[in-house]
Design a binder for this molecule. Structure first.
Ligand code: BYC
Length: 313
């Protein structure tokens, strides 16, 4: 069968909502774009452990510490499911790590901002995980089977992450003047970077057209960002806090909140590696990789020994 017919059959399957599985024929560009997105997503989970890991030893109570450890561990698990999903497309895990460490592969811009106070743990849970879920719920229906299935479990865990973040800020928002100020300051610093997580505006989004046609993405960057603004603009009222945007207001005609201009120059600087913590984050990942070499070697030696024993038996 010619490539043209194969492409037509492939698109028909997508249109009929039939999942694409690892051994099915797929256009090379579909494979590549899934490897790109899934591996970037995996890297985001792994790098995303760093800003929060920074506060595990300083959590204000045993309860908060246990919650934070559980959340950071979940993120490691999400990274692993996603690396495994990308491997089914023929990309080796080693190559993915090399691409992260060399700076070739991207990861979410959000993790290049510092976590300055305890309130940042709440703001990350509420806003960063909140933005992540908004995007990931749609990905439970993405067309590539292994990615969609990984997302189902990830979304369940992410909703716990968001809840705990909101609850942590809720407690601060009902506390002393100083605690309220910490809460507001964290919201002020995380709001705009959280909006940037959804990616560039649709007209600048190079991958969206094909990803929408192939149902890898089911909603555009701007649609999801608007959904997120509408949700958070209501939730912030419960905290008695404000969002740092003088242009945020309900638009009755659109039935959505209008919001101010995102600083796209800042976004692209962060994506290009010039954000406040880009260098620190990559250094931390490279160091962890180097320091973990003996574990990988020991695991390999053990596997080899088992194989030899099994052959002999
Ligand atoms: N940061 O054509 P576009 C989490 C890049 S972590 C950096 O719209 P696409 C969590 C984009 O890659 C959440 N780069 O791209 C973990 C592209 O460059 P390339 C992570 C960005 O792929 C721990 C270029 O800009 N979630 O859950 O159609 C704690 C043009 O963009 C960003 C995912 O990864 C960005 N924010 O759409 C807490 C979800 N935005 O690759 C939480 C899966 C864009 O062509 N990914 N770029 O060189 C996606 O859904 C899509 O990849 C995106 C971007 C919506 C992010």
């Amino acid at each position: 069968m010619g490539t043209h017919n194969l492409e037509e059959l492939f698109q028909n399957k997508i249109d009929l909502e039939i999942k694409i599985e690892p051994k099915n024929w797929m256009p090379e560009a579909y494979r590549k774009t899934n490897i790109r997105q899934i591996s970037q997503h995996a890297h985001s989970e792994i790098v995303g452990m760093l800003p929060e890991g920074n506060w595990i030893s300083r959590a204000p109570s045993l309860k908060r510490k246990a919650i934070l450890i559980a959340k950071v561990q979940d993120e490691a698990g999400h990274g692993l499911y996603l690396y495994a999903a990308a491997e089914t497309l023929g990309q080796s895990r080693e190559q993915m790590f090399n691409d992260l460490h060399s700076g070739k592969a991207k990861y979410s811009s959000i993790f290049n901002y510092p976590t300055l106070t305890w309130a940042d743990m709440g703001a990350i849970g509420w806003l960063v995980d909140g933005a992540a879920i908004m995007n990931q719920v749609m990905l439970t229906r993405t067309s590539y089977g292994p990615y969609a299935r990984a997302m189902v479990r990830i979304c369940k865990e992410e909703s716990f992450h968001q809840r705990q973040g909101f609850e942590s800020l809720w407690v601060l928002s009902k506390g002393s003047e100083e605690q309220r100020a910490l809460c507001q300051d964290a919201i002020n610093r995380w709001w705009w970077p959280a909006l940037m997580m959804f990616g560039p505006i649709d007209s600048e989004s190079t991958n969206s057209d094909m990803s929408m046609k192939w149902k890898i993405k089911r909603k555009t960057n701007d649609e999801l960002r608007q959904q997120f603004v509408d949700m958070i603009a209501e939730q912030v009222k419960l905290l008695g806090m404000t969002l740092p945007d003088p242009n945020l207001r309900w638009n009755e005609a659109r039935k959505h909140y209008d919001f101010g201009e995102i600083n796209w120059d800042e976004f692209w600087q962060v994506v290009k590696g010039n954000g406040p913590c880009n260098k620190e984050r990559l250094e931390a990942r490279k160091k962890a990789w180097e320091q973990g070499a003996w574990v990988r070697e020991a695991a390999q030696a053990y596997a080899n020994k088992q194989r030899t024993r099994n052959k002999a038996a």
